[in-house]
Each structure stands twice: as structure tokens, then as C-alpha cells.
Design a protein around this ligand. Structure first.
Ligand code: UDP
Length: 403
């Protein structure tokens, strides 16, 4: 794994020096992240790199994952969809299932860290164990229009936290606790994002039987309805009437998402008999995803709702032109006609993809601007800095910080 020193050529010496200075102030504090899955999805992606780097900086950091069965994750997926505004029938039995599994985790998960950093709703009830330590609730979801029943239920827990963290200003809520706005990030040196030799890119295409004979449009995502994989296929079919091209839909499922298998079946059904559509079922294989992104002519992210969309940042970092929905955290990354194209419909997406395929120079410029936007705003070093400042702010008033 890349060491802190290796980030200097990308972000500059002063950024890394700053991180060391902040970490020094956190000496003696134990930070504990808790989420619900070790792989799959953006939260795990970030923690996999953030935790080792915090440790390298000398911040005593651990990462725990709560346990839950199919029923529990069925309920939390319903919460997830409902918070994203999708109509869901959430029943009192669902709340009971949530509380039963939470009670088990409350017994089993050690939460003795000085700072307990809880990610998303699944582990939210652990707050019942709060003593005099500091607790943060990090919401990665677009909660700009949450289902009120679920949000009210979660509020019972949120109120007990010291602070909450959201990804974008539009997600912030009226809360009686302090709120911070911190956007996610990608790691430029991880296997997912580091430079790859062309031979590696070609090798992955050969492995999956994808010829390089025509432009490739790609969406990398968990198979989740909110990522609109069927909409991507419809977009492709519209583009395909005018420009010969291929489509790659690549992704896996997450252990906390029981809907994935069903969505994969729907997608396979829709794509069958079209030899230009490649459905790649892959679990965590960062180098291969990196290679597929690099092999692509245009990258799509046609989400219906999106907390942030790390896949957009990953594509832009590789200088790829992106067509993405104007939802959630995506417009933070894509400024329309400057660092990508935003869309609101299948027709709009198809128009944008066609435009990029027909104007390679314009597409190149958008990708280049996108990469600079990611360098300036969405790399892990900025994220680490903001998290450490947040940690320090929790102790404001105590004699621990002298910035
Ligand atoms: N990802 C992956 N394998 C897959 C699908 C997605 O490694 O099969 C990664 C993807 O590259 C990105 C993250 O998982 O780093 C997804 O984060 P994002 O914010 O785009 O969406 P989420 O899944 O958290 O809703």
C-alpha cells in the first residue's frame, strides 16, 4: 500500500506536512470507525485506505463491522431506499427486526474509543452505548428528501450524537446537534486508481472477451436499482442507433444489500442476445475495475439517487469524459459542460454520450478539467485533513488542541 510520502508528487509537500501536524495533535486519542460491510460500496472503499493512512500518521485507529442476518440487511436496505426518497412500506415489524439485531451488536461491539465514528444508518443504534466519549454519525446517503417515518425513527438516535457529517450542503437537515459538510474522496494511489500500463488494460479486456474494435461506454456500479442499470442499457440502445459502440456494465453486490441478485437477473434478461452489451459480474477486483475504466471511451453514472458517487471521481481522475445524472453528490464533481455532462433522462443521457463519441477533442477537454477538479477537491489527503480537524473540534474547550 502506498505510503504518505508517495502522495507528495500528487498533492504537494505542504499538504502532507499539514496532515502530520494535525495527527500530532491527536496523539493519545483512539478513533474507531464502525460500518456494516468490509467490502462493496463506497464506505468500505474509503475506509480501506483511510484507516491505514491514519495509522501511518500515528492516529490510533480501528475499524469494526457490525453483524446482521438477511432480515436485518433487508430492513436496512429498505431504510436506505426510503431515505433516498423511494416509496417503501416500512412496517413496525421492520423496526423491531432492526432493534433486535442492534441489541445484539450493542452487546458485541466494543465502543470504547475516544471518538466513535458511525457510518450510515445500519450501526446507528450503537449510540446507546455512549459514555463520556465522542460520537459522530456520518451519513453517506442523499437525505435531502427522506421518508419521514424512517427519518423520525433515526432521529431518536441521531440526537444523541455529538455531531453529524453529511456529504453535500443540500443533504443537511435541521438538527439540534452540530453538522459538518465533508465530501468523500478517492485514493489516487490505490489499486483502483493508480496508473496502469496499457498491457494490463488490454489483458483485462481479453480476459472478459471485450474486443477493442469500437468505442466502449461503461458504468461501474453495484447492481442496485438506484444506479439505474436498465436505464443505462436503454441509453446505450438509443446511442447504438447512430454510433457503433459497446456497453460494459460491471459490478457486484455488497453483503449488506440483499436486492443485488434480483437486479442482476433483470439486467441479464434485458441484455441478452445483444453481443455488444457485456455484463461483468465481479466482486472487489480493483485492478480490473481500474483497467475497465481506463479502457472506456465514455463513463456513465446514471444513478437515480446518489450520495456522492465515487465511481464518478474515479472516472474523472483517469481523465475520462463522464455522463452522469444531476443528482445527489454528482454535481459537486461534474460541472455541466466543463468537467463532464449532466443528464436528467435517458434521452438526455443518450444525446450527451453521442456528443462525446462524435467530438473526441471536446470529450478529452472535459476529462482533463474533471481530473483537475478531483485533484483539487476530492483526493484522500483533503478528506483526511478534514476528518482530523473534525476530530480535534470535538475536544474544543478541553485542553487538548492548540492549532
Ligand atoms: N465498486 C467495486 N466493485 C463493484 C462495484 C463498485 O469495487 O463491483 C466500487 C466502485 O469502484 C466505487 C465504490 O465501489 O469505488 C462504489 O462507490 P459509489 O460511491 O460509487 O457507490 P455506492 O456503492 O457507495 O452507492
Amino acid at each position: 500500500m502506498a505510503k504518505l510520502e508517495e502522495y507528495i508528487p500528487i498533492v504537494g509537500q505542504s499538504v502532507v506536512d499539514d496532515l502530520r501536524r494535525l495527527a500530532e495533535k491527536l496523539k493519545g486519542k483512539r478513533v474507531q470507525h464502525v460500518n456494516s460491510t468490509p467490502v462493496g460500496g463506497g464506505v468500505a472503499e474509503i475506509l480501506n485506505r483511510m484507516v491505514p493512512l491514519l495509522r501511518e500518521l500515528g492516529v490510533d485507529t480501528r475499524w469494526d463491522v457490525i453483524k446482521g442476518g438477511e432480515q436485518f440487511f433487508g430492513v436496512t436496505k429498505k431504510f436506505h431506499n426510503a431515505l433516498h426518497g423511494r416509496g417503501e412500506e416500512v412496517t413496525s415489524r421492520d423496526f423491531d427486526i432492526f432493534m433486535d439485531t442492534s441489541a445484539q451488536n450493542i452487546k458485541e461491539v466494543d465502543t470504547s474509543g475516544d471518538i466513535v465514528f458511525i457510518h450510515d444508518p445500519q450501526p446507528i443504534a450503537l449510540i446507546k452505548k455512549k459514555t463520556d466519549n465522542k460520537w459522530l454519525w456520518r451519513c453517506h446517503i442523499d437525505v435531502s428528501e427522506p421518508n419521514q417515518k424512517v427519518w423520525k425513527f433515526l432521529m431518536n438516535f441521531i440526537l444523541k450524537y455529538d455531531s453529524a457529517v453529511f456529504s453535500a450542503p443540500s443533504f443537511s437537515q435541521r438538527l439540534p446537534i452540530r453538522q459538518f459538510l465533508i465530501s468523500p474522496s478517492i485514493d489516487p494511489l490505490s489499486d483502483k486508481n493508480k496508473d496502469l500500463p496499457q498491457e494490463k488494460v488490454d489483458e483485462v479486456l481479453v480476459k472478459y472477451g471485450i474486443p477493442k474494435d469500437k468505442p466502449i461506454i461503461t458504468q461501474i456500479s453495484r447492481f442496485d436499482r438506484l444506479k439505474d442499470p436498465l436505464g443505462v442499457i436503454q441509453t446505450f440502445l438509443q446511442v447504438r442507433r447512430y454510433v457503433d459502440c459497446r456497453l460494459i456494465l460491471a459490478g457486484g453486490t455488497a453483503s449488506d444489500d440483499p436486492e443485488g441478485i434480483q437486479v442482476i437477473e433483470e439486467v441479464q434478461e434485458k441484455a441478452k442476445q445483444n453481443k455488444d452489451i457485456h455484463i461483468l459480474l465481479m466482486q472487489q477486483n480493483d485492478i480490473e475495475i481500474n483497467a475497465l475504466q481506463r479502457a472506456s471511451t465514455v463513463i456513465m453514472q446514471k444513478s437515480i439517487k446518489e450520495g456522492f458517487g465515487l465511481t464518478v471521481a474515479e472516472a474523472l481522475w483517469k481523465g475520462k469524459p463522464v455522463v452522469a445524472s444531476n443528482v445527489g453528490g454528482i454535481p459537486l464533481q461534474v460541472k455541466h459542460k466543463y468537467s463532464g455532462l449532466l443528464c436528467h433522462s435517458i434521452e438526455g443521457a443518450a444525446f450527451a454520450v453521442k456528443q462525446l463519441l462524435n467530438s473526441p477533442e471536446y470529450a478529452r477537454k472535459l476529462g482533463e478539467n474533471g481530473r483537475e477538479n478531483i485533484r483539487n477537491n476530492f483526493l484522500l489527503t483533503r478528506h483526511l485533513r478534514e476528518y482530523m480537524l473534525l476530530f480535534l473540534s470535538l475536544f474544543h474547550g478541553e485542553d487538548v488542541i492548540y492549532l
